[in-house]
Design a binder for this molecule. Structure first.
Ligand code: PLP
Length: 553
């Protein structure tokens, strides 16, 4: 495909996308295909010769669309939202075309700097305390976009694990990390997402599940009881994950109580607000954030409810230097002359507080370690004393000399220039672009309106359910999700859900609270209207009537 064809075909694609989203109600939300359907339709080998774009694209509607779950449909009520919107799609388009890998600042300066700016904006919009922002030179806090909430949880657990192992090895210098690992233990509620358990499995640490209260909330007293009990057995509590907006019922752990316990026992507190985090852009929901200043890390998914395309998980940490020790590698091909001055989200340089001696200088590719050359490094931002120490500022492994001198200086202790990692993979997409587009094109007011409308529609659905004597809502509804069931045996609700999904007009998934089976009904689309909610409820009532007649006559 050349430029000319791309201009034509990509414009057709934009029309196809706009038609798709505009008319999404016409599509059956859940496909009726069976496993293996596509294998039967497509060849088993890749084409040897190039195919025409029109032939390829024709197969999308014919073979791909029949197997798509329409996540943007107003009748999609499963899981949590995974919304998109036009400015976000345009962000994805542009970032696809640029295809920059923003691991270091030098690999694409705008990619890194826009991410820092957008994450500071978003952190402020959520009302996060300043300690999580990267605005002041002396701040070690900051935000980074991860791929998923699962990854943010894992990164946080691994950083906390490293911190704990370092402390433990000071007390037990003869023991290896592998031996110390067996003493570590971490905690989450019995309502935490399965990704928390997975993080524990990958991190090779024990996980203790704290029984939640009647509101599905993890409380400080139960946590502390477990911690004290574990400590009495010689275990070392090092990490706690609190959830704001649990997957099953959108319940909220008590962050203040939990944070106080973590502080007392020197455990890292991570807050997983994957879904509910978006709601904190509205001040009326921020009471659930109370105590967040006690957390060490906080993450939520703008890719869920804030209409920023998947993938986009916003993660903030209070002490970003705590992350780097976990993934401590520093290959030469990732160093660049601005290391230490700029953020490198993948691998970069931490500002060292240790004074460092200049031992060499490189000018125009020629390296000298003679003191004579050091005389050159006396103006600009690096004033050296008679012993070669920087008088004015901290120096880093390789540091750019002021423009007048041109060149690099090398320090006595380049290891002080430690890599600062923010994530597991090296390469990273330019995700900040779509986040920035959405924040600007909607504005805070537009995003607040969107969140409030979802909650209003969930309240409307809740009222419809409560008005029907055959149904019940066992748990308090929070935000945009209603967990409801037919009164009586679980089998009734199980049957109802199975039939609803098979009919394909609406799609929902179940949850179970202490053996009570419910259907989770999440408002997932910004296109959902009052009429959609009424239509969904009409469908649910009709199917429920069918089932009740079949069961009880
Ligand atoms: N945490 C919570 C509370 C969730 O509800 C979910 C998914 O819905 C996750 C974590 C996992 O999110 P991700 O798919 O971004 O890893």
């Amino acid at each position: 495909m050349d430029h000319k064809e791309f201009r034509v075909k990509a414009k057709e694609m934009v029309d196809y996308i706009a038609d798709y989203l505009e008319n999404i109600r016409d599509r059956r939300v859940y496909p009726s295909v069976q496993p293996g359907y596509l294998h039967k339709r497509l060849p088993t080998e890749a084409p040897n010769l190039p195919e025409k774009w029109d032939d390829i694209f024709r197969d999308v509607e014919e073979h791909i669309m029949p197997g798509i779950v329409h996540w943007q449909s107003p009748h999609m009520h499963a899981y949590f939202p995974a919304l998109t919107c036009y400015p976000s799609i345009m962000g994805e388009m542009l970032s696809s075309a640029l295809n920059v890998l923003c691991f270091t600042w030098a690999s694409s300066p705008a990619g890194t700097e826009l991410e820092t700016i957008a994450m500071n904006w978003l952190g402020k919009v959520l009302g996060l305390p300043d300690c999580f922002l990267n605005e002041k030179n002396d701040s070690s806090g900051g935000g980074v976009i991860q791929t998923t909430a699962s990854e943010a949880t894992l990164v946080s657990l691994l950083a906390a694990r490293t911190r704990a192992l370092m402390e433990l090895s000071k007390l037990n210098p003869d023991l290896q990390s592998s031996e110390l690992l067996g003493h570590l233990i971490c905690y989450c509620s019995d309502q935490a997402h399965s990704s928390v358990e997975k993080a524990g499995l990958i991190g090779l640490v024990r996980m203790r599940y704290i029984e939640s209260d009647a509101n599905q909330s993890m409380r400080g007293d139960k946590l502390e009881e477990a911690i004290l009990n574990d400590k009495s057995k010689g275990l070392v509590p090092f990490w706690v994950c609190a959830t704001l907006g649990t997957t099953g019922s959108v319940a909220f752990d008590n962050v203040r109580e939990i944070g106080q316990v973590c502080e007392k026992h020197s455990a890292w507190l991570h807050v997983d607000a994957a879904y509910a985090g978006s709601a904190f852009i509205c001040p009326e929901y921020r009471h659930w954030l109370d105590g967040v200043e006690l957390a060490d890390s906080f993450a939520f998914n703008p890719s869920k409810w804030l209409m920023v395309n998947f993938d986009c998980t916003a993660m903030w940490v209070k002490d970003s230097t705590a992350l780097h020790r976990t993934f401590n590698v520093n290959p030469i091909y990732l160093r660049h002359e601005n290391s230490g001055k700029a953020i490198d989200y993948m691998v970069g340089s931490q500002k060292s507080n240790t004074r460092n001696k200049v031992v060499g200088i490189e000018i125009n590719g020629v390296y000298t370690n003679g003191n004579a050359k050091l005389d050159n490094v006396v103006n600009g931002h690096h004033q050296l004393d008679e012993n070669g120490y920087d008088k004015s500022s901290n120096l880093h492994g390789y540091d750019k000399i002021s423009p007048g001198c041109g060149g690099n200086i090398q320090l006595e202790n380049p290891e002080k220039n430690e890599p600062l990692h923010w994530q597991i993979p090296l390469s990273r997409r330019f995700r900040a672009l779509k986040l920035w587009f959405v924040l600007r094109n909607y504005g805070v007011v537009g995003l607040q309106k969107h969140i409030r409308e979802s909650v209003r529609l969930a309240q409307k659905f809740e009222a419809l359910v409560l008005a029907d004597q055959r149904f019940e809502i066992p748990q308090t509804r929070n935000l945009g999700m209603v967990a409801f069931r037919l009164k009586g045996d679980n089998a009734l609700t199980e049957r109802l859900l199975k039939r609803l999904n098979a009919r394909g007009y609406i799609h929902a998934v179940p949850a179970c609270f202490k053996s009570v089976y419910v259907i989770r009904f999440t408002v997932t689309s910004q296109r959902t209207t009052n009429q959609d909610i009424i239509d969904d409820w009409t469908e649910i009532k009709a199917v429920a009537s069918e089932i009740l007649i079949e069961m009880f006559g």
